[in-house]
Ligand binder design. Structure first.
Ligand code: ZN
Length: 359
């Protein structure tokens, strides 16, 4: 994932419109409770239906498996291995699997989408919930605590980018995927009350985030593609809302409300943090501070018009929040710096949110 956005003041004006749209979009899920009544949701619905248990251990196995393949950089063999894995997992668990394939500078980029129907339904939901994570990993270790890279401009070279140390991507890449794959197993065994899309998006972390005056070049490729193409495939419906999981597996992790997310969908954001507290994860999901991050969720809101929030461990660097992931974009973003407990916390919160939805 990428940098602090500093864009929340810029989108403040637009947010007024988006907030209205966001609430409306969520409320339009078939038969769902009004989105403007989040306070009733947690306590009242906890007793409603049994919520499956999320296994942090199984998710951690999926994290380790990916890291063992090597960096999943587009155009490399580990990237192909992971693509086959995600495709076969979704074919095993989802009702429908869709691959969105395209190229960027001749590199193959592929989004994998698992479509899960609501329980007792034989057709896709019109307003599924979107859960997403990027599955590619960064080709260069250019984080603020990286010791592995040469200084200098970030430019295209004859073989891609001009730095040569790819990151293992245990937290940045594998963690979000691990939680989504474990959720797929759960949905298959115990179909959710509402339809769900699991979007494994590719090419988030490939290029230069600072190019084009901060607009980026070669980044957020898969999320942009989904945001601008999903309407062409009726199997995706019009997602009611979305949650992006990016770097949610770090040891001693904390997650703070992300300011763009809060502006895009305050109710959803509040609901997630309330659920975390109710499940005993208030030590991880903290509301005493906030962060401001540019990530896949921006295009989902702006191009895709899907109200989407980002759950992410804070980025390191000057002025970083407590619980920041120092190994971000370094060769030390490895299994040793991740934990099954963190995956379990985030997976359990998302599971609770899904199974407390009204059919
Ligand atoms: Zn990243």
């Amino acid at each position: 994932m990428w940098y602090y956005s500093n864009r929340t003041s810029a989108i403040a004006g637009a947010a007024i419109v988006l907030l209205t749209g966001g609430c409306g979009a969520r409320a339009s899920a078939p038969g769902s409770a009004p989105a403007n009544a989040p306070t009733m949701s947690v306590a009242a619905t906890l007793a409603q239906s049994p919520v499956p248990k999320f296994s942090g251990t199984q998710a951690f196995d999926v994290l380790k498996k990916q890291v063992a393949w090597g960096p999943r950089v587009p155009g490399t063999p580990p990237h192909e291995i992971e693509l086959k894995y995600l495709q076969s997992e979704m074919q095993k668990y989802a009702n429908t699997t869709v691959l969105q394939k395209f190229t960027y500078r001749n590199l193959p980029i592929t989004n994998v989408v698992g479509v899960f129907y609501a329980a007792k339904r034989s057709t896709p939901s019109r307003h599924p919930i979107l859960l997403m994570a990027h599955w590619d990993t960064r080709p260069v270790a250019d984080g603020p605590y990286s010791t592995a890279t040469a200084a200098g401009p970030f430019l295209f070279g004859p073989h891609g980018w001009n730095r040569t140390d790819p990151i293992p991507g245990a937290n940045d890449g594998a963690s979000g995927v691990a939680v989504l794959v474990e959720l797929a197993r759960i949905f298959h065994k115990d179909p959710p009350p509402v339809g769900v899309l699991l979007l494994f998006d590719d090419g988030e972390d490939y290029g230069d985030f600072r190019a084009n005056n901060g607009k980026g070049e070669g980044v957020v490729l898969g999320a942009n593609y989904f945001a601008t193409h999903y309407r062409q495939n009726p199997v995706f419906g019009a997602p009611a809302f979305g949650i992006l999981l990016d770097m949610i597996g770090g040891k001693d992790m904390r997650i703070y409300p992300e300011l763009n997310s809060v502006q895009f969908d305050p109710d959803l954001n509040q609901q997630v943090f309330q659920i975390a507290k109710s499940l005993g994860y208030g030590n991880i999901f903290r509301t005493d501070q906030s962060q401001d991050v540019e990530d896949d969720h921006i295009t989902m809101n702006e191009q895709g018009e899907i109200s989407t929030i980002d759950l992410i461990q804070p980025l390191p660097g000057p002025g970083a929040l407590p619980g920041a992931y120092k190994q971000w974009h370094t060769v030390n973003d490895d299994v040793a710096h991740c934990s099954a407990m963190s995956l379990k916390a985030v997976g359990s919160v998302v599971t609770q949110l899904i199974y407390q939805q009204s059919p």
